[in-house]
Ligand binder design. Structure first.
Ligand SMILES: [Mn+2]
Length: 286
């Protein structure tokens, strides 16, 4: 049985509304009270934003620490589940997974999100860093975030896919289309079904990559089923469909870990978003 390291990142510094910073501690409590944090799962640690001169450097330091934690998990042949506050954590999570690989290897990533998170400081209307992590991982953005570890860019465009997108701005779409990143918009997910799309996405990222992971922004799920998020968008994926689609890709030995992001307990209704977040993480326990 593979050990699964749960890692919390209690920060909302990358978002305008910092409410997601409370997400990881709330999930940790629910995890303990529902007996989900037991062998082979271990809640390793929860990271907090360190003091720094500004938000950019706070996120840089936090993501560097996170990347080292994720790298240790992968080096130990554990799977990891990162529960983060805002989605800027992805810079640390996937930089760490990449750092654990040989330099000439490649990492694949399935990005499940209502948004593209592919702004640069030049195109972002808000300047919020949780709108930029995918661009940073692809090598576009401030050096502090694109060059967190020795290997940059962390991801190559042909090894990345987005699923569930339904809200975006022109600047980030222009970047992804110039790079040739494949996007499965929500309309396509509705037409073909998530399981078919996920199988397709898995094939794309598995091709040419020795390892791959999944980053889930809980706002990809319909707000009726996952109301406890930072930026809800109507018309999303069904939670049960996401659970079953995910279960089909995590059986691949090339799967390294998952990230579950943007849980805001203040907006949750009867813990349904928390239960979904933990159920998603538990699909990787096997
Ligand atoms: Mn996101």
């Amino acid at each position: 049985m593979t050990i699964v390291d749960f890692i919390g990142v209690a920060s909302g510094v990358g978002a305008q509304d910092h409410g997601c910073e409370a997400g990881p501690e709330a999930l940790h409590s629910t995890c303990i009270s529902s007996n989900l944090c037991e062998n082979p799962v271990q809640w390793l640690t929860t990271l907090y934003p360190p003091p720094a001169q500004d938000d950019l450097h706070t996120i840089q330091l936090l993501c560097r620490g996170l990347s080292e934690q994720v790298e240790r998990s992968v080096d130990a042949s554990h799977r990891f589940a990162v529960f983060s506050g805002d989605h800027s954590s992805a810079i640390g999570t996937w930089s760490g997974a990449r750092a654990a690989q040989p330099a000439d290897a490649a990492l694949g990533l399935i990005w499940v999100d209502a948004h593209m998170d592919s702004h640069t400081p030049e195109t972002s209307p808000s300047g919020a860093i949780h709108g930029m992590p995918l661009a940073c991982l692809l090598g576009h953005g401030p050096d502090e975030l694109t060059k967190l570890r020795a290997i940059s860019p962390v991801l190559l465009p042909q090894n990345v896919v987005l699923i569930g997108v339904r809200s975006f701005e022109v600047g980030e779409r222009a970047l992804l289309s110039s790079l040739g990143v494949h996007i499965y918009y929500m309309d396509e997910v509705k037409q073909r079904g998530l399981e078919t799309v996920m199988r397709d996405a898995h094939q794309r990222v598995a091709q040419g990559c020795s390892q791959f992971g999944v980053s889930i922004d809980l706002d990809a799920v319909d707000p009726g089923e996952a109301p406890g998020v930072g930026s809800p968008e109507q018309g999303g994926i069904h939670g049960d469909e996401l659970l079953s689609a995910l279960a089909t890709v995590v059986t691949d030995p090339a799967f390294v870990g998952i990230e579950i992001s943007e849980y805001n307990p203040a907006h949750d209704v009867g813990q349904k978003t928390a239960q979904l977040a933990l159920a998603l993480a538990n699909t990787i326990v096997r």
